[in-house]
Write a protein that binds this ligand. Structure first.
Ligand code: BG6
Length: 446
């Protein structure tokens, strides 16, 4: 496709996500060569393109190259201002001439703006329902409950078809999360012991030190559950727990994830814990929104009988870390039949951040004449092996949208099951007390 024949429109271009993730990703992609022509940056602020670039560079702490800058055009647009869409359409049609091609609309906005934007884009003939080259990229969360997700989907389908929708979950673009399938299904040593008989606990953790900062408007409506658990963390659980897909086709992967998600429910014994960091209520007085959560799930699948799935996430905690930790059942070692040596349980940790890699804790004899056991570590550093630019999640995902590859995007059916789980965690968690924790805490989520 000719470079001039495609465009990208970013709604919410002055927002946090655009500055911190989307533009740095576009810069990285641009270093390799961007396939599209103009990039329309849409936001509510009254800026010209030069001012917009300065704003993004300062906010996102990113330096945009000359060639990327030349592709950007800022256009002021309020989501419900029909005239602004009309003006945008005229500018785009004038630029495209008779060479109209692929159009990507990235909606980095709150879910209640999805439908009005799609409707307006359709009205001004920028988005045609059923036109496979017109694609809508939707940031999470898709709604704030199963009920609202259903309503958004139903209305969206008036203006676009499901094939045109790309629901982004940027965790699915992360290297080590993409590596889960290989680790699990290309290694007999792991695949043979990947079940409840061997694994006592699966802990999926994504905690951070930052607070909600400027995103308080959005965050106070979402909370940790809708912001992180419903999407990123449940997708990680699905990838860890699902049965082997028939093949790596998008539909087979989705089927396998849906099947396992359908077996998950909050553990009746819990405990589900929710917390809010001290000081949050100064930003939003009397808010009951959780900024941290621990949820315990069980699966009805026979493969996972007896395994606990523990999910943890939160803001203003003691560290920024994302990992999946598998704790195996302990094995008592009988040396001579009246002497049992307690061997520590094995642990396998898939590290997503700050390291990218994997480590395995196993038992070994302490060197020497005696028969004593100690835990030792086999450590694999994945990122150490990357040469040049480390592939960033958003670059991978944007490239996939451009290509039309939906493997790493969430289908609506998957999303519905994720919402069902999130809604039931919410119900259970709200029965408990909200813990108010000081910044830098960790213990209450243990
Ligand atoms: C986003 C959430 O999806 O993920 C943020 O909205 C969170 O609240 C972020 O901080 C964490 O992403 P990462 O890639 O830094 O782990």
């Amino acid at each position: 496709m000719d470079k001039q024949e495609g465009l990208l429109c970013i709604f919410g271009a002055t927002g946090d996500l655009a500055a911190k993730k989307i533009f740095p990703a576009l810069q990285q992609w641009s270093d390799e060569s961007l396939p599209m022509g103009r990039i329309w940056c849409l936001g509510r602020r009254p800026l010209d393109t030069e001012q917009f670039i300065e704003f993004i560079e300062a906010k996102g702490d990113v330096q945009l190259s000359e060639s990327l800058r030349n592709q950007l055009t800022y256009h002021k647009l309020e989501f419900n201002d029909s005239d602004a869409y009309q003006a945008l359409a005229e500018r785009i049609h004038a630029e495209e001439g008779d060479r109209a091609g692929r159009r990507l609309f990235f909606l980095a906005v709150k879910p209640d703006a999805f439908v009005p934007i799609a409707k307006e884009l359709h009205r001004v003939a920028l988005l045609t329902r059923g036109h496979e080259e017109h694609r809508l990229v939707l940031e999470k969360p898709f709604g704030n409950s199963l009920h609202s997700a259903d309503a958004i989907q139903q209305q969206l389908l008036q203006w676009v078809s499901e094939e045109q929708l790309y629901r982004i979950d940027h965790y699915l673009g992360k290297e080590m999360i993409r590596n889960i399938l290989t680790i699990r299904f290309a290694n007999r040593i792991f695949s043979e012991s990947w079940h409840g008989g061997a694994i006592e606990r699966v802990e999926v953790t994504s905690v951070e030190t930052a607070g909600v900062e400027e995103r308080v408007d959005y965050y106070d409506q979402a909370g940790a559950l809708n912001d992180m658990v419903q999407s990123h963390l449940l997708q990680m659980v699905a990838l860890v727990a699902m049965a082997a897909p028939e093949d790596l086709a998008p539909e087979s992967l989705r089927r396998a994830k849906i099947d396992i998600l359908n077996t998950l429910r909050p553990d009746a014994q819990g405990p589900q814990v929710i917390g809010q960091y001290a000081g949050y209520s100064e930003q939003v007085p009397e808010s009951t929104t959780e900024t941290a959560i621990k949820a315990v799930l069980r699966s009805d699948s026979p493969q996972w009988a007896g395994t606990q799935f523990i999910i943890r996430t939160g803001k203003k905690l003691s560290e920024k870390r994302t990992e999946i930790r598998l704790s195996y059942r302990a094995m008592p070692l009988c040396v001579s039949c009246n002497q049992q040596i307690a061997a520590e349980p094995n642990q396998l940790v898939i590290e997503v951040f700050p390291q990218e890699g994997m480590h395995l804790q196993f038992n070994s004899k302490i060197p020497g004449y005696e028969y004593e056991i100690e835990q030792v570590l086999a450590d694999y550093c994945h990122s150490c092996r990357m040469i040049g630019n480390k592939p960033e999640a958003y670059v991978k995902l944007l490239k996939d949208v451009w290509k039309g590859d939906k493997t790493l995007f969430t289908s609506f059916e998957e999303l519905q099951v994720q919402w069902r789980i999130a809604d039931s965690i919410r119900l259970d968690a709200r029965k408990g007390e909200m813990v108010v924790y000081p910044a830098g805490s960790a213990d209450f989520l243990k």
